[in-house]
Write a protein that binds this ligand. Sequence first.
Ligand code: HXC
Length: 258
Amino acid sequence: MAYETIIVEIEDQIALIRLNRPEALNALNSKLVDELSRALTEADQNDKVRCIVLTGNEKAFAAGADIKEMSEKSFVDVYGEDLFGAKIEAIQRVRKPMIAAVSGYALGGGCELAMMCDFIICGENAKFGQPEINLGVVAGIGGTQRLTRFVGKSKAMDMNLTGRFMDAAEAERSGLVSRVVPTPKVIPEAMSAARKIAEKSAVTAKAVKESVNRSYEVSLREGLLFERRSFHSMFATEDQKEGMAAFIEKREPQFRDK
Ligand code: HXC
């Protein structure tokens, strides 16, 4: 499938999706969001893909929603079309593991998009922020919700109220990103993490993702019950038998996603 605003490469069971509007620091216009949601849905359904890496370029992961496209819209326009609603829901429905590889700016919708991934690996030059307040709007796709869960109320308020940027060291310290690497190593590091994940049972990987994501939705007691039942259900898979047999026989497991 040919896209105009993103580049999709599938290699070694990893889909590498690059946001590609360098002239606008990868600002998320409606075409890009549409193409991205389609590409992610396709990757999720493609048997040749076991993990997805989402990235931008060295200067920007994405500098937010496209301000030029939004600026003239009215409330009735954005409410009527439910701006970013359905397309973003599609991105959130992806069941395969998804890593954000962030260099440069991840601002507004860009920071929110990175947070929709399962984890974030960033370069030393990364800058995260929710500067929507400078435009007279509030964040719209997770900046007040996911960011608060990642970094806590105080930093989330600080970021959303002052619009300041957070550098890579602070992002790692605050739990927003899982790893910081020298900027040229961001994609190799994310690809290497993706390859590690691709070696696991795809069934187990989906169950892990489901269970961690549950922790945001339910009480601890319900979450622990969900996790325990998920653990129990893995005993219905061949991959559980293979994984445990391989450990006992001191060999590498050969998972078959069954
Ligand atoms: C449209 C954008 C853009 C954006 C950058 N550009 N960000 N276009 N929407 N979000 C364009 C600029 O207009 C410029 O185009 C080109 O990209 C390069 O940007 P510069 O500003 O010249 O670069 P620089 O001086 O290096 O500054 C980088 C920057 C700044 C600090 C990241 O561009 C910036 O503040 N951008 C806006 C960040 C932001 O407010 N994001 C939140 C958006 S609202 P020209 O044609 O002039 O060369 C949002 C809401 C989400 O995300 C809610 C979803 C429902």
